[in-house]
Design a protein around this ligand. Structure first.
Ligand code: SF4
Length: 222
């Protein structure tokens, strides 16, 4: 777990987003234009976690809206997923200067927000985009991380914050933008992600429907 016990968790989305907007916990606040808390369906069972906002995200205060975000949206849609059905955020909520990789101390300082987002959303599936996101999520589960190219394209069962969930690491869409080989890897991983979503989320929905059917029958027999 990256954050310490003395860190305060945020119990509502409103409190959490307000705190991110005025956060000065790490030096990244000095160069940001806008913090990027995350966006999407806050009742979703699926969370996408990237590394950090880039220039367009910093300008607009929204995650994955630049070229890499457009690729992500396009590939998701090509496999029947809609961005508005999932929740998307990053490991750090402010842009590192020059799009450098966030430092460990910045990731640690920001982890309270990711932790709170996971607790509020209670996702059944976390898709990690890129090495930093995968490493951070696996570290929160006290699990070994072997690098994105080794770990990607598989489903893992993790325990995070007392919750059992599935993680599927893939590469960051920015890496797939101009490299056809990585683009093909990214697309294949997204295909797997869609099949896991169908299996887990739709399976849970069937169980819920069955339960509600049997309740109706029992009620009828009373
Ligand atoms: S990156 Fe996270 S910890 Fe650092 S200033 Fe932004 S919101 Fe705060």
């Amino acid at each position: 777990m990256l954050t310490t016990d003395s860190d305060q968790l945020y119990s509502t989305w409103e409190l959490l987003e307000d705190e991110i907007r005025r956060c000065t916990r790490c030096p990244l606040y000095k160069s940001r234009r806008n913090p990027v808390p995350g966006e999407g369906n806050k009742n979703s069972s699926i969370m996408f976690v990237g590394e950090a906002p880039g220039a367009t995200e910093d300008e607009m205060g929204r995650p994955f809206v630049g070229a890499a975000g457009k690729l992500l949206t396009m590939v998701m849609e090509s496999y029947g997923m809609r961005r508005e059905d999932v929740y998307i955020t990053n490991v750090v909520k402010c842009r590192p200067p020059g799009n450098r990789e966030p430092k460990d101390e910045e990731i640690n300082a920001c982890n309270i927000f990711l932790k709170s987002q996971i607790l509020l959303l209670k996702p059944r599936i976390i898709v990690t985009l890129g090495n930093v996101a995968g490493k951070t999520i696996f570290s929160m589960a006290n699990r070994e991380w072997g690098g994105v190219m080794k770990m990607r394209g598989k489903k893992y069962t993790l325990q995070i914050l007392g919750m059992q969930l599935h993680a599927i690491p893939t590469i960051h869409p920015a890496a797939a933008l101009y490299n056809p080989q990585l683009r093909s890897i990214f697309e294949n991983d997204m295909k797997l992600i869609k099949s896991v979503i169908d299996e887990i989320v739709s399976g849970a929905e069937e169980i819920r429907k069955e339960k509600s059917k049997s309740k109706t029958l029992l009620d009828y027999l009373k």
